[in-house]
Design a protein. Structure first.
Lengths: 172, 245
């Protein structure tokens, strides 16, 4: 299966992604996404920002979805109606210009660590990619960090490469 | 009526605009601390493109006349101009690292992307990874100096792993990474401490302190931007100037 490929064979460079420390505000992060991710020709998918602590340890990732969820405009809030309301009708009556209101502007000044996806699952460079596939599916992850000796952050795994490798086995 | 931009002149438009705006600041027409007109307003006023305005403003930011605050606008800063004099002070003394018995605590040694003015101050593109080192230096167990250094990561990727507690950045850059520092520019001003800075230096938020901003160059390219905040009472600055013969 997948020729025994391991994490280190398919991981991608961590510096393909923007880095920030956890104390940056949501607003600063949005600025970085606008400037150095969106609108760049060379743009690595999935769009994500890596969040580090003072000692350059990875503590989490931030996706575009994380940010929108963090700002939590009204259309994302859980419907309070008990029954009989289909999911996709929630908040449709809310006008666009009232969505990102004052409240969201305040939230913008909060630290990014409040809304990031904390990194809880890691792989060692020698782990098989089947393990990566398992973790990504099991915990719905878009990126999976690879740590050497449980400490040194050496690479990232994403679905593209893993799928590619696994699909070779199917097509053979 | 603003002085017009002369399209007949061979001088580039943004250079002309830069000079015009610089004059306004130097003559005090735009007072320290005031917000300058928006890019759009300047485009209209001087009949130039947005790109021209932007470059002129970035240059003024780089040279310390203006400061950009994200989401707020661009403001005229307090500026002391130390240019035009050749310094004979050794670079090493300027680093405030040698000679004094500091103890150093490394508060951060990590990587970030430029925000606010950092890309301009460091003269880099917006999407460049930057090594960030934050150190608190104490004398006789009293914190005196908070130093934040920014270095483009691609110049010395291994700096992230170096011991910056016991080594000076100057030595690491020059001897370990073989980057020869050829020029340093300094801006010195009074700053008012943020809450966080105050906490680290043992002073109240808003207390005055000395702010030293330094840009280190190797040839034409800037290799490091360092921002040092000092308790006001512990230092006397010595700079010797010598006329070039």
């Amino acid at each position: 299966m997948a020729d025994g490929k391991t994490a280190k064979d398919v991981m991608i460079d961590v510096f393909d992604f923007p880095h920030i420390p956890y104390w940056f505000t949501i607003k600063q992060t949005v600025g970085i996404i606008k400037k150095s991710v969106l609108g760049r020709e060379k743009c690595v998918q999935p769009l994500a920002i890596l969040v580090f602590d003072e000692k350059y340890n990875l503590v989490g990732t931030v996706s575009l979805k994380d940010i929108l969820k963090g700002l939590e405009p009204r259309f994302l809030r859980q419907s309070t109606k008990a029954q009989g309301h289909s999911e996709d009708e929630t908040g449709l009556s809310v006008l666009w210009d009232t969505l990102f209101d004052k409240e969201a502007k305040e939230v913008c000044e909060h630290q990014i660590s409040e809304i990031m996806t904390p990194s809880k699952y890691f792989l060692e460079p020698g782990d098989p990619i089947t393990k990566a596939a398992y973790l990504m599916l099991r915990y719905d992850l878009t990126l999976l960090p690879v740590l050497e000796d449980k400490k040194k952050f050496v690479g990232l795994l994403r679905m593209n490469e893993i799928f590619d490798e696994l699909s070779n086995a199917i097509l053979k | 009526m603003p002085k017009p931009i002369d399209r007949e002149k061979s001088q580039k438009l943004y250079v002309q605009l830069f000079e015009l705006l610089k004059e306004k600041i130097e003559k005090g027409e735009w007072a320290v601390g005031t917000q300058i007109p928006t890019e759009e307003e300047l485009c209209k006023k001087y009949e130039v493109s947005k790109a021209t305005v932007r470059i002129a403003i970035l240059d003024l930011v780089r040279q310390g006349y203006l400061t950009r605050q994200q989401g707020k606008g661009t403001f005229v800063c307090k500026r002391i101009i130390p240019e035009g004099l050749a310094m004979s002070t050794g670079f090493k003394e300027l680093m405030l690292e040698a000679g004094v018995n500091f103890t150093t605590a490394v508060l951060a040694q990590t990587v970030l992307m430029p925000t606010d003015d950092l890309d301009v101050k460091l003269g880099i593109a917006e999407n460049v990874h930057v090594i960030y080192i934050k150190r608190l230096r104490s004398m006789d167990n009293e914190p005196v100096l908070l130093q934040e250094s920014y270095i483009p990561r691609h110049l010395c990727t291994l700096l992230l792993k170096e011991d910056v507690e016991n080594n000076s950045l100057f030595d690491l850059l020059e001897y370990k990474f073989k980057i020869k520092i050829t020029r340093v520019t300094d801006y010195i001003e009074i700053a008012y401490l943020t809450k966080d800075e105050g906490r680290l230096l043992g002073l109240k938020e808003g207390s005055p302190a000395l702010l030293l901003e330094q840009h280190f160059y190797a040839g034409e390219s800037q290799i490091m931007y360092m921002r040092s905040i000092k308790r006001p009472e512990r230092f006397r600055f010595f700079i010797e100037l010598e006329r070039k013969t």
